[in-house]
Ligand binder design. Structure first.
Ligand SMILES: C[S@@+](CC[C@H](N)C(=O)[O-])C[C@H]1O[C@@H](n2cnc3c(N)ncnc32)[C@H](O)[C@@H]1O
Ligand code: SF4
Length: 325
């Protein structure tokens, strides 16, 4: 990550390192209809499941460590792709860590076992389960008891098999969950390795919801995402982040090798634009994982939630770097 911070700080547009985080989208289909999600609007052209061939084109090139950390996530539910276990096995030799972000509705005991057997290094369970009523009003189509049990079963199996898979629980914080956070975090901090609180964002101004607290809608500093993160849609289209609008792409891994796309002229021009005159979409976006969101995390009153110490210190250092820009 330090290479990326250095490059960003020195306004480098052509990067000498591979993406540090790759968000790969096994599916842009979903079995839920969550109130804070804008997948219908921004999930790109068409819909479907990623193929093995596309995945191989993302990571299976001569260079090892093409992407440092692979997170199977996206504008859909990864567990809807029956090849996910195969994807994990394919990605393992090329990435340092391979993980998954899931709504956990389909995480049966059998699926948990096959994912752990495939070598999953980390899993993020998305769960706003401060109560059954709140959870089911946010995650429309999900059942609170099922997901609660699925997460517990996964954690127990992980322990029993001694698989060493890191478990994270992500809660998207909104006015619906905010007052219940301390109790919720206390409970889950004793079960999973880390509880992560995500500030709700509005997907680059696309989500029209009263849930988005306008206090988050401020971008003080340029976005850092394209210096460390790459997002590959189910069909191989490459974009800089999960908030990118659906119409345009920076390349397609089935047409051009991924390392070339990472430094092609579109990518370089885009990095330059962020430093000088961001597009309207980027200007209105209030997501920046290591920037605004983490700076909220270390400065707002609920900062004491258990972000990992190294994450907080990295975020602080990062903010210090960026404040010099
Ligand atoms: C888009 S989902 C895809 C993976 C899977 N379907 C899930 O829900 O975990 C990826 C992550 O984005 C989070 N998310 C969705 N809408 C959000 C929003 N408006 N603000 C912040 N995070 C959001 C989800 O909770 C999830 O942790
Ligand atoms: S489960 Fe994930 S992808 Fe599906 S609607 Fe909810 S947040 Fe969006």
């Amino acid at each position: 990550m330090y290479k990326a911070i250095f490059a960003f700080n020195h306004k480098k547009l052509k990067l000498s390192y591979s993406p540090i985080l790759g968000s790969l989208e096994p599916s842009n289909l979903c079995n839920l209809n969550c109130v804070m999600c804008a997948r219908d609007t921004i999930s790109g052209r068409g819909s479907g499941l990623m193929s093995v061939e596309t995945l191989r084109n993302v990571i299976n090139v001569e260079n090892r460590n093409v992407i440092r950390t692979v997170d199977f996530t996206g504008h859909g539910e990864p567990l809807l792709n029956p090849k996910l276990e195969k994807f994990i096995k394919i990605a393992k030799p090329f990435a340092r860590k391979v993980g998954l972000t899931t709504n956990s509705t389909l995480l049966s005991k059998d699926r948990a076992k096959s994912l752990l057997d495939a070598g999953l290094d980390f899993v993020s369970f998305s769960f706003e389960g401060v109560s059954k009523e709140v959870y089911e009003s946010i995650r429309v189509g999900a059942n609170y008891e099922t997901v609660f049990q699925n997460i517990h079963d996964f954690v127990a199996l992980n322990k029993k098999l001694n698989s060493g898979c890191k478990t994270f629980l992500i809660i998207v914080d909104s006015p619906l969950t905010h007052s219940s956070l301390p109790k919720f975090v206390d409970y889950w901090a004793g079960i999973v390795d880390e509880v992560r609180i995500m500030g709700i964002h509005d997907w680059g101004g696309v989500l029209d919801s009263s849930l988005v607290e306008k206090s988050y809608s401020h971008r003080k500093l340029p976005c850092f995402e394209p210096w460390y993160h790459i997002y590959v849609r189910w069909n191989g289209d490459v974009v800089p982040c999960c908030v990118w609008e659906g119409k345009t792409k920076f390349g397609n891994v089935n047409e051009e090798p991924m390392p070339k796309i990472w430094n092609n002229s579109i990518y370089q021009k885009f990095r330059a634009s962020l430093l000088s005159s961001p597009t309207d979409h980027c200007r209105s976006c209030n997501l920046d994982m290591l920037g605004d969101v983490f700076s909220e995390a270390v400065t707002v009153p609920h900062a004491s939630f258990p972000f990992h110490k190294s994450t907080v210190s990295l975020a602080k250092r990062f903010i210090t770097y960026r404040s010099r820009l």
